[in-house]
Ligand binder design. Structure first.
Ligand SMILES: Cc1cc2nc3c(=O)[nH]c(=O)nc-3n(C[C@H](O)[C@H](O)[C@H](O)COP(=O)(O)OP(=O)(O)OC[C@H]3O[C@@H](n4cnc5c(N)ncnc54)[C@H](O)[C@@H]3O)c2cc1C
Length: 475
């Protein structure tokens, strides 16, 4: 029996797409920069079906590519242009919310659940699932775990990794590894779930997870702040941390050009301040009580910062609608940048104390290398994670002589500066296809050798997501 016929027998008519037009949206990444071919799209509805699909592919040595909401920003969720066409396993039919345990503060969900649906289910139970990012309406829990997604709440609640308690994973031979437990403590040797978190589909297919829930804050204060320099924003971060401790839940930074692109390219977005500032900060404080008291405390912080000359202007959201409007600006940046031109997104993190130097040196380096590039900067400043983006209008991009080489050179220049400041080239997006060269450049040979050993142990035939995460010589 052919592989397609065998898959059809396992998955039924709803579970397999072989028509090329129907497959098309799942063969191209969110930004439209990567595209490849697949044998078919398998859409399993159960873990058992995932096991069977993997078993069938392994028997015929056909590569397997796990796909969630296909919102990844590093080309990891679509086939590469070269190499044998894989079977894509798309998890979208596996979206059952199995169980909320409000005593243990945990929720058990299928990997295909959309992140926003999990947040909503938690909220209805008076709890918070804190992982939150611009793509939350379409990315899946499995994708966020496979990429160890960050987002806007890392400052307070940690990355996805810190919010996963248990996992179920289909291994490369089609067998199942399951530790679907909601334990906070379990010192029984290697914590295997952490191998799969952030592994970008190269070690196993995540089919179910137990996630950590938190008390749902019932009050929040949100302000938009204009400042002159990144140094002033850094000092404001220091003061906000001192003032609010763990109730400081977000501290986001963007430059004026980023704000302009959002206002220009995304409907219904307006600048919160009446004048332009070189840099803007979005601060959120949240707690279990004291809405007015939180507003007062944030106002007091900002008034003091104004007196010190740190802050030029600020707008405090007066109600839920205004708070949401401020967050919508932040959540619109990827959409705006995609529409506005070509942004060579980087994903660096450096220690908070080095953010100013990182931005200044990167700005100088890009100006020297590509005079027609503008700089878009946006990031989760509280985590030291700045997306420093050499940005070209479509016309300026078209005028460049060798776009691919220029893109590599500009990203390398920014990543070199982050590396020299003890930083990383990939804070939250992962490696995928985009950053394979960076893995060779910046990871130590000892780290790469250990990663390769793990890959060989879990996927000896190299069938899971080949050509991703590990550079070719390590695949
Ligand atoms: C508008 C926008 C804003 C974003 N903001 C952020 C942000 O703030 N922070 C951040 O970290 N990311 C952000 N991202 C990137 C992206 O949303 C995250 O990486 C997300 O976690 C990807 O989830 P997904 O379900 O779309 O995964 P996909 O894109 O489908 O896949 C991503 C990777 O995970 C693997 N994978 C997917 N599902 C599974 C599974 N079940 N088992 C094993 N492997 C799997 C894929 O093979 C691929 O390598 C943003 C993206 C967009 C479009």
């Amino acid at each position: 029996m052919s592989l397609i016929a065998a898959l059809q027998a396992v998955l039924g008519p709803k579970g397999l797409i072989t028509d090329h037009d129907a497959m098309a949206p799942m063969l191209e990444d969110w930004r439209g920069r990567y595209r490849g071919d697949a044998l078919c799209i398998a859409r399993p509805a159960t873990t058992e079906q995932v096991c069977e699909v993997v078993r069938l592919c392994a028997a015929q040595q056909v590569p397997v590519l796990a796909q969630g909401g296909n919102t990844g920003l590093v080309g990891g969720s679509v086939p590469a242009g070269q190499g044998p066409a894989p079977v894509i396993i798309n998890l979208e039919r596996m979206r059952t919310l199995h169980r909320i345990d409000t005593v243990n503060n945990s929720i058990e969900v299928d990997a295909g659940c959309v992140l926003a649906a999990v947040q909503e289910a938690a909220r209805e139970a008076g709890r918070l699932y804190p992982v939150s990012l611009g793509a939350e309406g379409s990315c899946q829990v499995g994708g966020t775990i496979a990429t160890n997604a960050g987002g806007i709440s890392v400052l307070r609640y940690g990355n996805t990794r810190e919010n996963v308690l248990g996992l179920e994973v289909v291994l490369a031979d089609g067998s199942l590894w399951s530790e679907l437990r909601g334990l906070r403590k379990d010192n029984t040797g290697y914590d295997l779930k952490h191998l799969f978190i952030g592994s970008e589909g190269t070690l196993g297919i995540i089919t179910r997870a137990v996630l950590k829930l938190h008390p749902l804050p019932t009050a929040s204060a949100v302000a938009w702040v204009g400042v002159q320099t990144v140094g002033q924003a850094t000092e404001l971060l220091v003061q906000a941390r001192q003032a609010f401790g763990p109730t400081l839940s977000a501290f986001e930074l963007m430059n004026q050009l980023q704000l302009d692109l959002v206002v220009e390219h995304v409907p219904d977005r307006r600048s919160p301040l009446s004048s332009a500032f070189p840099w803007h900060v979005l601060i959120e404080v949240s707690d279990m009580q004291g809405g007015a008291a939180l507003d007062d405390a944030l106002t007091a912080l900002l008034e003091k910062a104004c007196e010190q000359g740190l802050v030029d202007d600020a707008a405090l959201a007066a109600n839920d609608a205004q708070r949401q409007a401020l967050w919508e600006i932040r959540h619109s940046v990827s959409e705006a940048n995609k529409k506005a031109g070509v942004g060579l997104t980087t994903d660096c993190a450096v220690p908070a104390s080095a953010i100013t130097e990182f931005v200044e040196r990167s700005t100088e380096a890009i100006a020297a290398l590509a005079p027609t590039a503008q700089i878009v900067a946006v990031g989760h400043m509280g985590d030291g994670n700045i997306h420093f983006i050499p940005f070209f209008t479509h016309a300026a991009w078209q005028a460049l002589p060798d776009q691919a080489a220029i893109a590599v050179g500009l990203r390398r220049a920014v990543n070199d500066i982050a590396f020299s400041l003890q930083g990383t080239f990939s804070a939250e997006h992962g490696v995928g296809q985009t950053s394979l060269g960076e893995m060779s450049q910046y990871k130590s040979s000892a780290s790469l050798a250990l990663m390769r050993a793990v890959k060989k142990a879990l996927d000896p035939a190299g069938l899971f997501n080949p050509g991703r995460l590990l550079p070719p010589e390590h695949n």
